[in-house]
Design a protein around this ligand. Structure first.
Ligand SMILES: Nc1nc2c(ncn2[C@@H]2O[C@H](COP(=O)(O)OP(=O)(O)O)[C@@H](O)[C@H]2O)c(=O)[nH]1
Ligand SMILES: [Mg+2]
Length: 324
């Protein structure tokens, strides 16, 4: 198909168009993705998550610049894709606009592609679209793909899980608690960042995180496989401080993933989850279509009248479908 071919040939306009098709869940988008899928699996997917205002967008901006500028002949600059997902501002688009402005100094670099996900519809749909967008960037040859998500709930954690390396960002001055500990997202962190290290309280945040990490059960090494202990990296995104340390940790984690066999394992889990999600969605769509709204409404009335329990109602609907 033309669109997929153009994306493979490096046509940025075609890529932008494809991402819109994917976001809008248009069949043309899924068709192109099917063609592109054999070309995926090469990118290092890096999730960046944390509470609103911790400095995720600033840090991503700083990371991209560092990755693009600090290359040499031995280590050419990676092509970098950025996917910014912020479902917390569905109507104002404020965060997205802010991100755009901050990302503007990266505009014009042909080795960088930035996409803000518009958040329409359910979070489930956003998670699916995000996976599709990441796949498209992977196929288009972006080596590192940074996925910025707001770490607030399960849906965002699911998006973060779609990455190989997950960075959880914390910052002082956003309340008494360390946000990652409170939100229970410490477990998904491969790398912890204390951003805004220029602000008072940064050392307390760093200490609280280190303590929380020490309380977690230590990783068990099987068959001499290397283990990973999440480092805590202080940064000042707005002054590009600590960014080269962070890039080193990202690279070190990628090397660890490859050496330990964990990369293959995470890819397997990622694709397993994706398959399950797509399958259950397709099955439920198919089921609802076959059943028809009136049949559903009938049973709903029976449940409302307490003549049928919800569990029994489901069994009955499923039985009818099988028989019919
Ligand atoms: N003092 C200080 N401010 C920062 C730092 N990083 C980001 N900020 C500011 O914090 C605010 C929120 O940053 P943003 O990147 O939009 O956070 P996000 O919501 O997590 O994406 C902005 O006003 C940034 O300029 C930092 O390292 N130090
Ligand atoms: Mg942001």
């Amino acid at each position: 198909m033309e669109l997929a071919q153009a994306v493979l040939e490096g046509d940025r306009l075609a890529l932008a168009r494809l991402l819109t098709r994917i976001e809008n869940e248009q069949p043309e988008g899924w068709e192109a993705l099917s063609i592109l899928f054999p070309h995926t699996g090469r990118a290092h997917l890096v999730g960046v998550t944390g509470a609103p205002g911790t400095g995720k967008s600033s840090l991503v901006n700083s990371l991209v610049r560092h990755l693009r500028q600090n290359a040499n002949r031995a280590k050419p600059a990676p092509r970098v894709g950025v996917v910014a997902v912020d479902p917390s501002s569905p109507f104002t688009g404020g965060a997205i606009l802010g991100d755009r402005i901050r990302m503007r100094d990266l505009a014009g670099d042909q080795g960088v592609f930035i996409r803000s996900m518009a958040s329409r519809g359910a979070l489930g749909g956003l998670a699916k679209a995000t996976r599709g967008v990441v796949e498209a960037l992977d196929a288009a040859g972006y080596d590192k793909i940074l996925i910025e998500t707001v770490g607030a709930g399960q849906a965002e954690v699911d998006i973060a899980r779609a990455a190989h390396t997950t960075i959880v960002i914390n910052a002082p001055g956003l309340g008494d608690d360390v946000q990652a500990i409170k939100a229970g997202i410490l477990e998904i962190a491969d790398i912890l960042v204390v951003n805004k290290s220029d602000l008072p309280g940064a050392q307390n945040t760093q200490r609280a995180l280190t303590m929380a990490l020490e309380l977690a059960p230590p990783p068990i090494s099987e068959d001499d496989k290397p283990v990973w202990l999440p480092p805590v990296v202080p940064t000042v995104a707005t002054k590009n401080e600590g960014i080269s340390d962070l890039v080193s940790e990202i690279d070190r984690h990628y090397a660890y993933l490859k050496d330990s066999g964990e990369l293959a394992e995470r890819d397997r889990q990622r694709i397993h989850t994706e398959l399950e999600l797509l399958l259950s969605e397709a099955l439920s769509d198919q089921f609802f279509q076959r059943m028809g709204q009136s049949r559903f409404d009938q049973v709903l009335e029976l449940v409302l009248d307490r003549r049928l329990s919800p569990q029994a109602a489901v069994l009955e609907l499923m039985d009818k479908e099988k028989a019919g």
